[in-house]
Design a protein around this ligand. Structure first.
Ligand SMILES: Nc1nc2c(c(=O)[nH]1)N[C@H]1C(S)=C(S)[C@@H](COP(=O)(O)O)O[C@H]1N2
Ligand SMILES: [Mo]
Length: 320
Protein backbone atom coordinates (compact mmCIF):
# COMPACT_ATOMS: atom_id res chain seq x y z
CA UNK A 1 0.00 0.00 0.00
CA UNK A 2 1.35 3.39 -0.92
CA UNK A 3 1.46 5.95 1.85
CA UNK A 4 1.18 9.72 1.41
CA UNK A 5 0.33 9.28 -2.21
CA UNK A 6 -2.24 11.40 -3.91
CA UNK A 7 -5.38 9.32 -4.33
CA UNK A 8 -5.83 8.44 -7.95
CA UNK A 9 -9.45 9.50 -7.54
CA UNK A 10 -8.30 13.06 -7.20
CA UNK A 11 -7.24 13.10 -10.83
CA UNK A 12 -9.16 12.20 -13.97
CA UNK A 13 -8.42 8.77 -15.33
CA UNK A 14 -6.43 10.12 -18.27
CA UNK A 15 -4.16 12.08 -15.94
CA UNK A 16 -3.36 9.21 -13.60
CA UNK A 17 -2.17 6.88 -16.35
CA UNK A 18 1.59 7.11 -16.03
CA UNK A 19 3.28 8.10 -19.25
CA UNK A 20 5.41 4.98 -19.31
CA UNK A 21 2.30 2.85 -19.18
CA UNK A 22 0.65 4.93 -21.89
CA UNK A 23 3.64 4.55 -24.18
CA UNK A 24 3.90 0.87 -23.40
CA UNK A 25 0.31 0.32 -24.32
CA UNK A 26 0.61 2.34 -27.50
CA UNK A 27 3.56 0.27 -28.56
CA UNK A 28 1.65 -2.88 -27.79
CA UNK A 29 -1.34 -1.79 -29.84
CA UNK A 30 0.89 -0.85 -32.74
CA UNK A 31 2.85 -4.06 -32.63
CA UNK A 32 -0.27 -6.19 -32.79
CA UNK A 33 -2.22 -3.90 -35.06
CA UNK A 34 -5.10 -3.75 -32.62
CA UNK A 35 -7.22 -0.65 -32.54
CA UNK A 36 -9.84 -2.38 -30.45
CA UNK A 37 -9.52 -4.80 -27.60
CA UNK A 38 -11.42 -8.00 -28.16
CA UNK A 39 -14.68 -8.28 -26.28
CA UNK A 40 -15.92 -11.58 -24.96
CA UNK A 41 -19.22 -12.80 -26.31
CA UNK A 42 -20.67 -15.43 -24.00
CA UNK A 43 -24.07 -17.06 -24.33
CA UNK A 44 -26.72 -14.95 -22.65
CA UNK A 45 -28.64 -17.68 -20.88
CA UNK A 46 -28.26 -20.49 -18.40
CA UNK A 47 -24.95 -19.83 -16.76
CA UNK A 48 -24.11 -21.07 -13.29
CA UNK A 49 -22.78 -18.38 -10.99
CA UNK A 50 -22.43 -18.63 -7.21
CA UNK A 51 -21.82 -22.32 -6.75
CA UNK A 52 -24.97 -24.35 -7.17
CA UNK A 53 -27.15 -21.44 -8.23
CA UNK A 54 -28.02 -21.50 -11.91
CA UNK A 55 -29.17 -18.19 -13.28
CA UNK A 56 -30.20 -16.61 -16.53
CA UNK A 57 -30.30 -13.14 -18.01
CA UNK A 58 -33.20 -11.00 -16.87
CA UNK A 59 -34.45 -9.70 -20.23
CA UNK A 60 -35.46 -6.41 -18.67
CA UNK A 61 -31.78 -5.61 -18.12
CA UNK A 62 -30.09 -6.87 -21.26
CA UNK A 63 -28.83 -3.50 -22.66
CA UNK A 64 -29.33 -4.94 -26.13
CA UNK A 65 -26.80 -3.59 -28.61
CA UNK A 66 -24.37 -2.39 -25.94
CA UNK A 67 -20.99 -4.11 -25.92
CA UNK A 68 -20.03 -5.90 -22.73
CA UNK A 69 -16.58 -5.17 -21.31
CA UNK A 70 -14.25 -8.18 -21.60
CA UNK A 71 -13.86 -10.48 -18.60
CA UNK A 72 -10.15 -9.64 -18.58
CA UNK A 73 -10.81 -5.93 -18.20
CA UNK A 74 -13.59 -6.37 -15.61
CA UNK A 75 -11.31 -8.54 -13.47
CA UNK A 76 -8.00 -6.79 -14.16
CA UNK A 77 -8.78 -3.06 -14.00
CA UNK A 78 -10.12 -2.47 -10.50
CA UNK A 79 -10.57 -0.02 -7.68
CA UNK A 80 -10.23 -1.77 -4.33
CA UNK A 81 -8.00 0.44 -2.20
CA UNK A 82 -7.65 -2.09 0.57
CA UNK A 83 -5.44 -3.98 -1.90
CA UNK A 84 -3.52 -1.11 -3.47
CA UNK A 85 -4.08 2.13 -5.33
CA UNK A 86 -3.22 1.11 -8.88
CA UNK A 87 -5.76 -0.50 -11.17
CA UNK A 88 -3.76 -3.72 -11.48
CA UNK A 89 -3.03 -4.08 -7.75
CA UNK A 90 -6.23 -5.76 -6.50
CA UNK A 91 -5.97 -8.64 -8.96
CA UNK A 92 -2.51 -9.44 -7.59
CA UNK A 93 -2.74 -8.44 -3.93
CA UNK A 94 -6.24 -9.75 -3.13
CA UNK A 95 -5.20 -13.19 -4.36
CA UNK A 96 -2.25 -13.96 -2.09
CA UNK A 97 -4.20 -16.18 0.25
CA UNK A 98 -7.08 -13.87 1.27
CA UNK A 99 -10.04 -16.16 2.01
CA UNK A 100 -13.51 -15.05 0.90
CA UNK A 101 -15.11 -18.50 1.23
CA UNK A 102 -16.78 -19.33 3.56
CA UNK A 103 -18.06 -15.82 4.35
CA UNK A 104 -20.50 -14.50 6.89
CA UNK A 105 -22.63 -11.39 6.43
CA UNK A 106 -24.72 -9.70 9.11
CA UNK A 107 -28.03 -7.98 8.47
CA UNK A 108 -28.90 -5.74 11.41
CA UNK A 109 -29.95 -2.41 12.83
CA UNK A 110 -33.52 -1.15 12.77
CA UNK A 111 -35.27 -4.21 11.39
CA UNK A 112 -37.58 -6.93 12.65
CA UNK A 113 -35.59 -9.85 11.23
CA UNK A 114 -31.87 -9.29 11.77
CA UNK A 115 -29.66 -12.24 10.94
CA UNK A 116 -26.21 -13.66 10.42
CA UNK A 117 -25.86 -15.63 7.21
CA UNK A 118 -23.37 -17.67 5.35
CA UNK A 119 -23.52 -15.98 1.93
CA UNK A 120 -24.57 -19.15 0.12
CA UNK A 121 -27.39 -19.66 2.63
CA UNK A 122 -28.45 -16.05 2.17
CA UNK A 123 -28.72 -16.58 -1.60
CA UNK A 124 -30.76 -19.72 -0.98
CA UNK A 125 -33.06 -17.89 1.45
CA UNK A 126 -33.52 -15.04 -1.02
CA UNK A 127 -34.50 -17.54 -3.72
CA UNK A 128 -31.53 -17.64 -6.07
CA UNK A 129 -29.83 -15.28 -8.45
CA UNK A 130 -30.36 -13.71 -11.85
CA UNK A 131 -28.15 -11.96 -14.37
CA UNK A 132 -28.30 -8.30 -15.36
CA UNK A 133 -26.14 -6.27 -17.71
CA UNK A 134 -25.48 -2.88 -16.12
CA UNK A 135 -23.48 0.19 -17.09
CA UNK A 136 -20.70 0.93 -14.59
CA UNK A 137 -19.38 4.52 -14.37
CA UNK A 138 -16.50 5.42 -12.08
CA UNK A 139 -16.25 8.97 -10.72
CA UNK A 140 -12.78 9.02 -12.34
CA UNK A 141 -14.54 9.22 -15.75
CA UNK A 142 -14.07 5.72 -17.13
CA UNK A 143 -16.81 3.18 -17.76
CA UNK A 144 -17.60 -0.47 -18.39
CA UNK A 145 -20.66 -2.62 -19.06
CA UNK A 146 -20.75 -5.60 -16.71
CA UNK A 147 -22.93 -8.73 -16.69
CA UNK A 148 -23.54 -9.19 -12.98
CA UNK A 149 -25.07 -12.19 -11.25
CA UNK A 150 -26.92 -11.59 -8.02
CA UNK A 151 -30.25 -10.51 -6.61
CA UNK A 152 -32.18 -7.26 -6.11
CA UNK A 153 -31.34 -5.54 -2.82
CA UNK A 154 -35.09 -4.94 -2.43
CA UNK A 155 -35.57 -8.66 -1.73
CA UNK A 156 -33.17 -8.50 1.20
CA UNK A 157 -34.85 -5.35 2.52
CA UNK A 158 -38.27 -6.99 2.41
CA UNK A 159 -36.94 -10.10 4.12
CA UNK A 160 -35.38 -8.07 6.95
CA UNK A 161 -38.62 -6.18 7.72
CA UNK A 162 -37.33 -2.63 8.27
CA UNK A 163 -38.83 -0.73 11.18
CA UNK A 164 -40.63 2.55 10.44
CA UNK A 165 -37.64 4.51 11.88
CA UNK A 166 -35.28 2.95 9.34
CA UNK A 167 -34.58 5.57 6.65
CA UNK A 168 -31.17 4.52 5.32
CA UNK A 169 -29.02 1.46 4.76
CA UNK A 170 -25.36 1.40 5.72
CA UNK A 171 -23.00 -1.00 3.94
CA UNK A 172 -19.73 -2.03 5.56
CA UNK A 173 -16.93 -3.85 3.79
CA UNK A 174 -14.62 -6.37 5.45
CA UNK A 175 -12.14 -5.35 8.16
CA UNK A 176 -9.17 -7.66 8.47
CA UNK A 177 -5.91 -5.73 8.94
CA UNK A 178 -4.10 -8.93 9.91
CA UNK A 179 -4.61 -10.41 6.46
CA UNK A 180 -4.94 -7.18 4.52
CA UNK A 181 -1.76 -5.09 4.80
CA UNK A 182 -3.51 -2.10 3.21
CA UNK A 183 -5.79 -1.86 6.22
CA UNK A 184 -2.78 -1.42 8.50
CA UNK A 185 -2.30 2.00 6.89
CA UNK A 186 -3.98 4.95 8.59
CA UNK A 187 -4.53 6.72 5.25
CA UNK A 188 -8.13 5.62 5.14
CA UNK A 189 -10.72 5.20 7.90
CA UNK A 190 -11.25 1.48 7.32
CA UNK A 191 -13.53 -0.34 6.94
CA UNK A 192 -14.93 1.02 3.68
CA UNK A 193 -18.49 2.20 4.22
CA UNK A 194 -21.30 3.33 1.97
CA UNK A 195 -24.98 4.18 2.25
CA UNK A 196 -28.29 4.53 0.44
CA UNK A 197 -31.67 5.94 1.35
CA UNK A 198 -34.25 3.23 1.92
CA UNK A 199 -36.09 4.42 -1.22
CA UNK A 200 -32.90 4.00 -3.26
CA UNK A 201 -32.21 0.61 -1.72
CA UNK A 202 -35.65 -0.64 -2.74
CA UNK A 203 -35.46 0.71 -6.29
CA UNK A 204 -35.58 -2.20 -8.74
CA UNK A 205 -32.04 -1.48 -9.98
CA UNK A 206 -30.16 -1.67 -6.67
CA UNK A 207 -28.41 -5.03 -6.69
CA UNK A 208 -26.26 -7.31 -4.56
CA UNK A 209 -23.82 -9.08 -6.86
CA UNK A 210 -22.32 -12.50 -6.24
CA UNK A 211 -20.92 -13.11 -9.73
CA UNK A 212 -19.77 -11.73 -13.07
CA UNK A 213 -20.14 -13.46 -16.46
CA UNK A 214 -21.78 -16.41 -14.73
CA UNK A 215 -18.79 -17.05 -12.47
CA UNK A 216 -18.52 -16.36 -8.75
CA UNK A 217 -17.01 -12.94 -8.01
CA UNK A 218 -13.24 -12.91 -7.92
CA UNK A 219 -11.64 -11.35 -4.86
CA UNK A 220 -10.65 -8.20 -6.77
CA UNK A 221 -14.29 -7.53 -7.69
CA UNK A 222 -15.51 -7.81 -4.08
CA UNK A 223 -16.06 -11.50 -3.43
CA UNK A 224 -18.27 -13.00 -2.30
CA UNK A 225 -20.93 -10.27 -2.24
CA UNK A 226 -20.90 -6.57 -3.11
CA UNK A 227 -23.28 -3.73 -3.77
CA UNK A 228 -24.03 -2.48 -7.31
CA UNK A 229 -25.93 0.78 -7.83
CA UNK A 230 -25.73 1.39 -11.58
CA UNK A 231 -27.11 4.95 -11.67
CA UNK A 232 -24.48 6.14 -9.18
CA UNK A 233 -20.72 6.48 -9.37
CA UNK A 234 -18.92 3.20 -8.81
CA UNK A 235 -17.63 4.11 -5.35
CA UNK A 236 -21.15 3.58 -3.94
CA UNK A 237 -20.75 -0.13 -4.69
CA UNK A 238 -18.99 -1.30 -1.53
CA UNK A 239 -17.18 -4.62 -1.99
CA UNK A 240 -16.83 -7.74 0.16
CA UNK A 241 -19.69 -6.80 2.50
CA UNK A 242 -19.71 -7.90 6.13
CA UNK A 243 -22.60 -5.77 7.41
CA UNK A 244 -25.78 -4.27 6.05
CA UNK A 245 -27.53 -2.13 8.69
CA UNK A 246 -30.83 -0.30 8.75
CA UNK A 247 -30.28 3.13 10.32
CA UNK A 248 -32.34 6.25 11.08
CA UNK A 249 -29.87 8.90 9.90
CA UNK A 250 -27.70 9.38 6.83
CA UNK A 251 -24.74 7.11 7.52
CA UNK A 252 -21.11 8.15 7.35
CA UNK A 253 -19.42 6.89 4.22
CA UNK A 254 -15.69 6.61 3.59
CA UNK A 255 -15.28 8.90 0.58
CA UNK A 256 -17.87 11.45 1.64
CA UNK A 257 -16.17 11.65 5.02
CA UNK A 258 -12.72 12.12 3.49
CA UNK A 259 -13.63 14.71 0.84
CA UNK A 260 -17.27 15.84 1.12
CA UNK A 261 -16.84 18.58 -1.50
CA UNK A 262 -15.69 16.01 -4.06
CA UNK A 263 -17.69 12.87 -3.29
CA UNK A 264 -21.30 13.53 -2.38
CA UNK A 265 -23.53 11.15 -0.49
CA UNK A 266 -25.88 10.83 -3.48
CA UNK A 267 -23.13 10.46 -6.11
CA UNK A 268 -25.66 10.13 -8.91
CA UNK A 269 -23.97 9.98 -12.31
CA UNK A 270 -24.59 13.41 -13.80
CA UNK A 271 -22.81 14.94 -16.81
CA UNK A 272 -24.15 18.36 -15.79
CA UNK A 273 -22.35 18.37 -12.43
CA UNK A 274 -18.60 18.35 -12.83
CA UNK A 275 -16.22 17.02 -10.23
CA UNK A 276 -14.44 20.07 -8.71
CA UNK A 277 -11.29 19.09 -10.60
CA UNK A 278 -12.53 17.52 -13.84
CA UNK A 279 -15.47 17.32 -16.21
CA UNK A 280 -18.02 14.52 -15.96
CA UNK A 281 -19.46 15.15 -19.44
CA UNK A 282 -17.70 12.23 -21.11
CA UNK A 283 -16.15 8.93 -20.10
CA UNK A 284 -13.41 6.64 -21.37
CA UNK A 285 -14.85 3.26 -22.34
CA UNK A 286 -12.53 0.57 -21.02
CA UNK A 287 -11.57 -1.83 -23.80
CA UNK A 288 -12.94 0.31 -26.61
CA UNK A 289 -9.56 1.33 -27.98
CA UNK A 290 -7.24 3.96 -26.65
CA UNK A 291 -7.97 6.61 -29.27
CA UNK A 292 -11.66 6.29 -30.03
CA UNK A 293 -12.96 5.21 -26.66
CA UNK A 294 -14.72 8.29 -25.26
CA UNK A 295 -18.48 8.65 -25.17
CA UNK A 296 -20.90 11.13 -23.63
CA UNK A 297 -21.94 10.35 -20.07
CA UNK A 298 -25.69 9.87 -19.60
CA UNK A 299 -27.70 11.39 -16.76
CA UNK A 300 -28.21 8.79 -14.02
CA UNK A 301 -25.90 6.69 -16.20
CA UNK A 302 -28.75 6.00 -18.62
CA UNK A 303 -31.24 4.97 -15.92
CA UNK A 304 -33.20 8.22 -15.73
CA UNK A 305 -36.51 6.51 -16.45
CA UNK A 306 -36.06 4.11 -13.54
CA UNK A 307 -34.69 6.48 -10.88
CA UNK A 308 -35.48 10.14 -11.64
CA UNK A 309 -38.63 9.97 -9.48
CA UNK A 310 -36.45 9.29 -6.42
CA UNK A 311 -35.11 12.84 -6.68
CA UNK A 312 -38.09 14.99 -7.62
CA UNK A 313 -37.77 18.37 -5.96
CA UNK A 314 -34.13 17.80 -5.07
CA UNK A 315 -31.47 20.20 -6.39
CA UNK A 316 -29.02 17.74 -7.95
CA UNK A 317 -26.25 20.34 -8.06
CA UNK A 318 -26.43 20.90 -4.31
CA UNK A 319 -27.18 17.28 -3.53
CA UNK A 320 -24.47 15.82 -5.75
N1 LIG B 1 -14.37 -1.98 -0.17
C1 LIG B 1 -14.21 -1.24 -1.27
N2 LIG B 1 -15.24 -1.16 -2.14
C2 LIG B 1 -15.10 -0.44 -3.29
C3 LIG B 1 -13.90 0.27 -3.56
C4 LIG B 1 -12.83 0.17 -2.62
O1 LIG B 1 -11.76 0.77 -2.78
N3 LIG B 1 -13.03 -0.61 -1.50
N4 LIG B 1 -13.79 1.02 -4.72
C5 LIG B 1 -15.05 1.49 -5.33
C6 LIG B 1 -14.86 2.08 -6.65
S1 LIG B 1 -14.15 3.59 -6.73
C7 LIG B 1 -15.33 1.50 -7.78
S2 LIG B 1 -15.27 2.30 -9.29
C8 LIG B 1 -15.82 0.12 -7.77
C9 LIG B 1 -14.98 -0.72 -8.71
O2 LIG B 1 -15.51 -2.01 -8.86
P1 LIG B 1 -14.80 -3.03 -9.85
O3 LIG B 1 -13.35 -3.07 -9.51
O4 LIG B 1 -15.49 -4.33 -9.63
O5 LIG B 1 -15.03 -2.48 -11.24
O6 LIG B 1 -15.78 -0.48 -6.48
C10 LIG B 1 -16.10 0.39 -5.40
N5 LIG B 1 -16.13 -0.38 -4.16
MO1 LIG C 1 -14.71 4.51 -8.80
Amino acid sequence: MHINRKHSWQLPDSAVTPESQYLGRRKFLKAFGLGLAASVALPAVSRAATFGFPDSLNGGYSLAGVKLTSYNDVTGYNNFYEWGLDKGDPKVNANQGWKTEPWTIQIGGLCGKPGTYNVNDLVKTIGGIEQRNYRHRCVEAWSMVIPWDGFPLAKLVTMAEPKPEAKFLQFTSFLDPKNCPGQQSQDFPWPYTEGLTLAEATNELAFLATGIYGKPLLNQNGAPIRLVVPWKYGFKGAKSLMHIDFVANQPKTLWNGMAPNEYGFYANVNPEVDHPRWSQKTERVIGAGFFGGRQPTLKFNGYEKEVAALYTGLDLKKNF
